[in-house]
Design a binder for this molecule. Structure first.
Ligand code: NAD
Length: 255
């Protein structure tokens, strides 16, 4: 691994103040990138990361944030569309307002940020976008109808954007994480009658028997964004503890 493979490059990470986004911002910075975190909450960010207030549901806020990154860091080479919110429920249980809010953050937010960054990406010789989808795009999960629809859209958007921009030298890929131990999951667990039982079910659902770590997802995002991955575009990389493709037998007392 080349520790300085991102020297001279600028990466922006939406939702980079917490969880997967924060781990990703750290990983880029450790490998030499200048990193801007676009998030509504930027207080307490570690030194070395540029915090830029941004709400991905608001085009004026996104345009202002992209303008500030360009002005302060000189351009944009890498966009990580990571900002996302959760939803629990069947199609009967989420309101129209829930649908509008979750799709606005999780899907339209990706389009807004990407569109605003494209003029900068076209000026880069190492342009890459990485979207954060989910195993919810690939597996039928219980009580995740709205969330799964949003992450399925993120997956489809990845392929469409990769096609539209490949000839411009802009690569677009996504990661599909399994359940990752972050504040996002902690908040979701609180919506269940028995959060302890639900956490145990989430761990057990992974073939590896444990949730994914934010750092493990960050490594895959950084791999996809790296200029050394120049032939990798229009792919979805599962970081899911085997949950999508492995069919392991349940553990018995006999091991
Ligand atoms: P998190 O809640 O720890 O962090 C999400 C960040 O997004 C927060 O900093 C939050 O302030 C920011 N954010 C929320 N709304 C925003 C908005 N309108 N504009 C800009 N930023 C906004 O969550 P996480 O677990 O790190 O999840 C990050 C991404 O990974 C999300 O897209 C999520 O859907 C996806 N994901 C998470 C898991 C998981 O199990 N944690 C699994 C698969 C995919």
């Amino acid at each position: 691994m080349n520790a300085n493979e991102f020297d001279g490059l600028v990466a922006i990470v939406t939702g980079g103040a917490s969880g997967i986004g924060l781990a990703t911002a750290h990983e880029f910075a450790d490998r030499g990138a200048r990193v801007a975190v676009l998030d509504p909450v930027i207080e307490g960010l570690p030194e070395g990361l540029l915090g830029v207030p941004c709400d991905v549901t608001d085009r004026a806020s996104v345009d202002a944030a992209i303008g500030r990154v360009r002005a302060e860091l000189g351009g944009i080479d890498i966009v990580v569309n990571n900002a996302g919110i959760s939803a629990v429920g069947t199609v009967e249980e989420n309101s129209d307002d829930d649908w509008a809010r979750v799709l606005d953050v999780n899907v339209i937010g990706m389009a807004r940020v990407s569109a605003a960054a494209l003029p900068s990406l076209r000026e880069s010789s190492a342009a890459a976008i990485v979207n954060v989808s989910s195993i919810a795009a690939l597996n039928g999960l219980p009580q995740r109808a709205l969330y799964s629809a949003s992450k399925g859209a993120a997956l489809a958007l990845t392929f469409a954007m990769a096609t539209d921009h490949v000839r411009e030298g802009i690569r677009v890929n996504c990661v599909c994480p399994g359940t990752v131990s972050t504040p996002f999951v902690e908040r979701m667990l609180l919506r269940f009658a028995d959060p302890v039982a639900e956490r145990a079910a989430l761990d057990a659902r992974q073939a590896t028997g444990r949730m994914v770590t934010p750092e493990e997802v960050a490594l895959s995002i950084v791999f996809l964004a790296s200029p050394r991955s120049a032939s990798t575009t229009g792919t979805a990389l599962d970081v899911d503890g085997g949950v999508t493709h492995l069919r392991v037998r349940p553990q018995t007392d006999g091991g």
